[in-house]
Design a protein around this ligand. Sequence first.
Ligand SMILES: Cc1cc2nc3c(=O)[nH]c(=O)nc-3n(C[C@H](O)[C@H](O)[C@H](O)COP(=O)(O)OP(=O)(O)OC[C@H]3O[C@@H](n4cnc5c(N)ncnc54)[C@H](O)[C@@H]3O)c2cc1C
Ligand code: SF4
Length: 328
Amino acid sequence: MTPFHYQRATDAAEALTLADASRCRFLGGGTNLVDLMRQNIEAPAALVDVSRMPASIEEEGNGGLVIGAAVRNSTLAAHPVVRARYPMLSRALLAGASAQIRNMATVGGNLLQRTRCAYFYDAAGSRCNKRQPGAGCDAIDGLSRNHAILGVSDHCIATHPSDMCVALAALDATVHVSGADGTRHVPLVDFHQLPGTRPDIETVLRPGELITAVSIAPSAAAAHSRYRKVRDRSSYAFALVSVAAGLDVADGRIRDVRIALGGVAAKPWRAMRAEDALRGEAPTQDNFLRAAEAELAAAKPTDANAFKVELAKRTMAAVLGELAGGRA
Ligand SMILES: Cc1cc2nc3c(=O)[nH]c(=O)nc-3n(C[C@H](O)[C@H](O)[C@H](O)COP(=O)(O)OP(=O)(O)OC[C@H]3O[C@@H](n4cnc5c(N)ncnc54)[C@H](O)[C@@H]3O)c2cc1C
Ligand code: SF4
């Protein structure tokens, strides 16, 4: 590991003062960044530890929540308001990693965790455009069973690994960011970027910017929601496909629906086409399958991960069927 300078911040203002935009990184729970530093994939000159900043979950008058970036994943999953009004978020968090890691991992760090593409981690032997722009991508003609099927480019087919972010995408969460130029609020669906020609640029965060919080607003669809994760083992494994969905039905018609997919793209994938196909329709299994078809029509799988197309369709329809009160 490359030597680095360590400092701890007690609040956002101190974190920003300590941070030197170029080679300084913020440290959350360290469950991803420290691994990457050990393998010399990341080599910051300095770390500003933001894991001990005040970590509050504040309830707003309308039932919304403002969740501090230093809140631990396990704390957020167990929060009574999250469990009652945003069950998909609680379930997504509990589907991620292990209890020990969830106790360490922070909301800010989870948003910025990096892909689990094996070639990205193999700095000694593999070509990877995300690690080294212009180097090439060994996954495209290599082992791609776990890789993306939506929003892919010729430069990268990695997936975003977070479960939490899939639920946050479906909930229309907002990321609160502070930096030298002040504060700004970024919709979570715009926070992560698709690979295009620059897979090394993963988010719209600027150098030196600090995530201070994430906010979510209540809705009937958020309160009636689920998260289902399909994976090779029943725990401690990243998603092959996951679905966060919420459904609000009135008078036999879908009034509101929120759907996001994990394990299929370089970002949490908000399923807008499926949502558009369902609003105003009856909550039937046929309609759910048709909406899933519409969403996955743009899929570009490899031979090794073509199974994800059907898996995503069936999982989406099953979760929506469950929410609609069917057997799925
Ligand atoms: C064995 C294993 C299994 C796992 N399984 C899953 C899984 O199934 N699902 C899942 O979702 N995740 C899984 N994870 C990943 C885990 O959720 C992430 O490592 C964790 O969420 C990262 O949070 P952290 O606070 O430890 O981040 P860190 O490792 O501290 O940081 C990650 C990144 O965020 C940046 N950062 C941290 N806080 C801020 C901030 N406030 N502002 C700006 N930048 C910041 C850091 O600089 C770094 O770039 C797994 C991890 C491991 C090791
Ligand atoms: S898929 Fe992306 S992360 Fe994986 S090797 Fe290719 S460029 Fe790197």
